[in-house]
Design a protein around this ligand. Structure first.
Ligand SMILES: CC(C)(COP(=O)(O)OP(=O)(O)OC[C@H]1O[C@@H](n2cnc3c(N)ncnc32)[C@H](O)[C@@H]1OP(=O)(O)O)[C@@H](O)C(=O)NCCC(=O)NCCS
Length: 299
């Protein structure tokens, strides 16, 4: 009978990071399903300076056999995603890790959170039935394979990407609030220079001296990532979105990336179409379930 040890951590050590990466790969290969553990971003973002636990690990001897992490982006709902090694399933590991997550989010007074799972994963049923999760939205995971010849094809005349600094925090908040259709929330703040330390560089999209939008770019292990992409409504449909993607592609080519990834909401037809016509390919779909932190009647 195996003995399991459950540990909550403020941040991941290098060894944890490597072992969880290994576990992630094992589970991806076994389940043939996508995972969104955000390990690179989380490693840089969680420095252990706050008293929030973010990483919940199950050890069997010295091996990591289960992991669940909490990701928090700005003032948004916490996102939770995890894995259990195929040889250690059906032993209550995920249930216990999930109870630790709920305790932590209750401490933070978060009344609900988003649980993520591949749309094709059998775990969907568990989230729906056991945790009473309600499907909030589905995001497509899309990839673009970079080719050195890509560089020659670019023709960008109208815009440039200018790295944002801390003085641009309000501008970024304004764009996010328009995109989300919500009032500007003071606490929902992305501080560009802090984001850069976590590996996410925020660029304003400028047409002459006018700010027409923004795009957030990450680069890790030869993969470029695109997030927070936005063009102000009055500048849409003029090709600026496509030009921004060309500039992002150029940025990643110069860094030596071999692919670009992004996620797009399944109901966001305009963006999805733009990415497809640009050459991005949909590889998987991730379901986001809204779950109550305090289960009250369920479980
Ligand atoms: C997605 C977005 C960045 C595109 O910016 P844009 O400047 O309008 O893009 P472009 O002008 O380069 O147009 C790109 C394609 O979208 C199409 N398009 C643009 N607006 C459209 C609309 N309202 N309806 C249908 N198609 C539209 C264009 O026709 C073009 O297709 P084509 O190349 O086949 O002609 C912009 O719509 C936006 O900011 N949306 C809100 C934020 C968002 O959804 N971001 C993506 C998150 S993943």
């Amino acid at each position: 009978m195996e003995k399991y040890l459950f540990v909550e951590k403020y941040c991941l050590s290098e060894t944890d990071f490597r072992n969880i990466k290994e576990l992630e790969k094992t589970c991806k290969d076994y389940d043939n399903a996508a995972l969104k553990l955000e390990l690179e971003y989380r490693k840089n973002a969680n420095t252990g300076m706050s008293d929030d636990y973010n990483d919940f690990i199950c050890y069997c001897d010295d091996d990591i056999v289960g992991y669940v992490g909490i990701s928090k982006f700005g003032g948004r709902l916490a996102e939770v995603n995890g894995v259990v090694h195929p040889n250690h399933r059906k032993k209550g590991i995920f249930t216990y890790l999930f109870s630790m997550i709920r305790r932590e989010l209750e401490k933070r007074q978060d009344s609900n959170f988003l649980a993520l799972c591949d749309n094709l994963s059998p775990f969907k049923n568990v989230i729906e039935t056991k945790y009473n999760g309600h499907l909030d939205h589905i995001e497509y995971e899309m990839f673009y394979s970079l080719n050195i010849k890509d560089k020659e094809k670019q023709k960008v005349q109208n815009i440039e990407l200018v790295k944002a600094n801390n003085q641009d925090a309000m501008e970024i908040r304004k764009q996010n609030s328009i995109f989300e259709g919500k009032a500007i929330v003071e606490t929902d703040s992305i501080i560009p220079e802090e984001e850069e330390k976590k590996g996410m560089t925020v660029f304003l999209i400028k047409k002459k001296h006018l700010t027409v939008g923004k795009i957030h770019l990450t680069f890790e292990g030869k993969a470029g990532g695109i997030f927070g992409f936005f063009i102000y409504p009055e500048y849409r449909g003029q090709g600026l979105g496509k030009e921004s993607l060309y500039l992002a592609k150029n940025y990643f080519l110069n860094l030596g990336a071999d692919k670009i990834f992004l996620q797009v909401d399944s109901v966001n037809d305009v963006a999805h179409q733009l990415y497809k016509s640009f050459g991005f390919v949909t590889e998987s779909a991730m379901a986001y379930y809204l779950v109550d932190t305090n289960p009250k009647t369920n479980i």
